[in-house]
Structure formats: structure tokens, C-alpha cells
Design a protein around this ligand. Structure first.
Ligand code: SF4
Ligand code: SF4
Length: 173
């Protein structure tokens, strides 16, 4: 099956390549210091730490507690959740992704996203406004123009803001 058939709008934006993916709706950028260096170090630590824990409910929830104790919990957007389970995925851990996803390293096909704040259904079914509202050429442009996961996620997040505010209508279908 063409994976694009499974998403609203026909162009998948969340995962693009080994180095390009997005975690904007997981709250990736809702942190006190959103520099590339800080986010990279934060994601690297989480990924390494998560790789060491057993895949039990207690251990996964304890991981969340540990991360939240260790990291600055100031959220620039107070009512927007930041998920402690976003980390690095892929062959070289070169893009952002969900540590609880069934395809995640060590998860053995089990979907642990039900232990997250939003729950497994929301995490698996949510598609941001860019999927539905941006025209296909703009979505293709978005997918092909990013340098890495960091700039890509910022562009997707910015596009979502513009769409929600309806300030840039030429982008719409
Ligand atoms: S903000 Fe949109 S493109 Fe990014 S991960 Fe969420 S649904 Fe996917
Ligand atoms: S559990 Fe949900 S919100 Fe958290 S990283 Fe995974 S997909 Fe994103």
C-alpha cells in the first residue's frame, strides 16, 4: 500500500527520510531552550536511557518521572503538552520519533503509546492541519526543503500556526 493513502491529504509529513521527521505536535519545541544543541543533547540522553530500561509499565512510567525531574519543566506554551517519550529513531538515530512506537528499538512490535499523556489512540490517529489544508505541491516542497529534523519540524510547526490563524491563504488547497 502506498503509505500516502493512509493520511489525510495524501502526503505524509511526519516521517520523511532517515534524517527528516517531525515531532512538533509531541511538544518537541515547547522547551525553555530550543536550540539545536540543547534539543539534540536532550533527545540523545532520552534515547540512550530508554534503551536501558525493561519494557514494563512501571519502568516506562519511571522513565517519565526521571526525565521530568532531570529536565527544566518550564513550558513557553503553558497549555501545550511536551512529551518525555520523544527521542531519536532510525538506523543512525538521526531523526526524531516516538520511543514508545511499536517499531521502536527494543519494543518488539508492542505499542506502548497508551502509557503517554495523550494515549495511544490520539498519538496514532492525529494529523496536524498541514496534512489536510496545505496543497500537495507545498507539502512536497516542505518535505524536500529541510536540512534536518530540527529545521523540518520548525517549518511544519510554523505552517500549522499560519494555517490555524488563516494568515497565508495562498498555501491552501
Ligand atoms: S506536527 Fe504534523 S507533521 Fe509533525 S509529527 Fe505532528 S502530525 Fe506529523
Ligand atoms: S507518546 Fe505520543 S506524544 Fe509522545 S512522542 Fe510518542 S507519539 Fe509523540
Amino acid at each position: 500500500m502506498n503509505p500516502d493513502d493512509s493520511v489525510p491529504g495524501g502526503v505524509y509529513l511526519c516521517q520523511v527520510s532517515e534524517t527528516i521527521s517531525c515531532g512538533a505536535c509531541c511538544g518537541l519545541y515547547n522547551v525553555a531552550d530550543l536550540s539545536f544543541e540543547h534539543l539534540s543533547a536532550m533527545l540523545r540522553y532520552r534515547t540512550e536511557k530508554f534503551s536501558e530500561i525493561p519494557r514494563t509499565m512501571d519502568a516506562i512510567l519511571a522513565f517519565k518521572e526521571h526525565i521530568e525531574e532531570k529536565e527544566n519543566q518550564h513550558r513557553p506554551v503553558a497549555d501545550f503538552h511536551h512529551c518525555p517519550y520523544i527521542g531519536l529513531i532510525g538506523e543512525d538515530f538521526a531523526r526524531v520519533g516516538c520511543l514508545l512506537h511499536p517499531l521502536g528499538l527494543g519494543n518488539n512490535g508492542i505499542d506502548f503509546r497508551g502509557l503517554s499523556y495523550h494515549g495511544g489512540l490520539a498519538c496514532g490517529m492525529y494529523f496536524c492541519p498541514s496534512h489536510r489544508i496545505l496543497s500537495k505541491p507545498y507539502k512536497e516542497l516542505l518535505r524536500s526543503s529541510a536540512y534536518n529534523w530540527y529545521s523540518y519540524g520548525l517549518m511544519v510547526g510554523e505552517a500549522n500556526s499560519l494555517l490555524e490563524d488563516k494568515v497565508y491563504s495562498p498555501l491552501f488547497e
